[in-house]
Design a protein. Structure first.
Length: 304
């Protein structure tokens, strides 16, 4: 969707509000173990191999129509992970993946197809903010070589650690030719709203999209606060939690670092206390029944 169309269709956007709309894009789905979602006292390997309860995990990205260009928050999964036996190089990885996730993908779940479904040409994506480097969040980056890819410097450092693939961070699908990665560092903010966080990063310089470090799921995971006059503020938290109610209840999942997760949960809850009306966004489906017709697109905010 070219910028001019956004303005033409959304008169308020030409006044003073930088963002026309925020949409969640459904990029396929998988199932995960109940213990993965809700946590367990049992050792991880036990439920990975012997867990029998599965819950539905929608795979998502978000599309923000900003006046400087279209921004993605995460890029979804590459369906090749299900259909191409060589997508994961290590045999142990391919073996474990099928024990951890039951993938249920179609070729059309790739981000370029998903965007086309909502009338957007993938070539018009200007930036992509990557919440963390797990394979189901970076799967679309090969489709957007023209876009700046923003990732936290802490998350990027994982690539230099031994065996990031053991954490489902697959170098071969991240360090790809042509990918325009930009490592961001969080800088201190004078705004008391962000006093709890170890800095902020303003994506477009107008305060409408603020990145906040929310580690725990991975060491460099980030969340994105979207706010502008006249809108309820929203916080996109990616995999910080699988369900907003779990963050509220201080309940950690079966993956990530529990103490770091709880520290990030507390920061997010305090942010919500300081920012009335803040909606923490993590669209999720309970149970394991697949919806008869999964919506391809859901507008959270705006009209563009
Ligand atoms: Zn993840």
């Amino acid at each position: 969707m070219p910028h001019s169309q956004i303005e033409a269709r959304d008169p308020f956007n030409s006044v003073d509000r930088p963002i026309a709309s925020v949409r969640v894009l459904q990029c396929g789905q998988a199932e995960q173990h109940w213990e993965h979602r809700y946590g367990s006292q049992r050792p991880q390997l036990l439920w990975v191999f012997f867990g029998r309860r599965w819950v539905l995990l929608p795979l998502q990205a978000f599309l923000i129509a900003h006046r400087d260009g279209l921004v993605l928050f995460d890029t979804g999964i590459d369906p090749a992970v299900q259909f191409d036996k060589s997508y994961i190089r290590q045999a142990i990885g391919r073996f474990l993946l099928s024990r951890i996730f039951r993938l249920d993908l179609k070729e059309t779940d790739r981000v370029d197809h998903v965007l086309l479904d909502v009338g957007v040409d993938v070539k018009d994506i200007r930036k992509a903010v990557i919440s963390h480097l797990h394979f189901d969040h970076v799967g679309g980056i090969s489709q957007i070589p023209q876009a700046e890819l923003l990732v936290s410097a802490r998350e990027w450092a994982i690539l230099s650690e031994p065996h990031p693939e053991k954490e489902w961070i697959l170098r071969e699908h991240i360090e790809i030719p042509g990918a325009d990665w930009r490592q961001i560092s969080f800088v201190p903010s004078d705004d008391p709203l962000f006093a709890d966080f170890d800095g902020v990063h303003d994506v477009t310089g107008d305060g409408s999209m603020i990145l906040l470090p929310t580690p725990g799921h991975t060491p460099g995971s980030l969340s994105m606060l979207i706010r502008q006059d006249g809108w309820k503020p929203v916080l996109l938290v990616a995999d910080l939690t699988y369900e907003v109610a779990m963050l509220e209840a201080d309940r950690v999942p079966g993956t990530g670092d529990p103490d770091t997760l709880r520290a990030s949960f507390a920061k997010v809850r305090r942010l919500r206390d300081r920012l009335p009306g803040l909606e923490v966004v993590r669209p999720m489906i309970s149970g394991r029944k697949r919806p008869s017709r999964a919506p391809q697109e859901h507008r959270i905010l705006g009209t563009g």
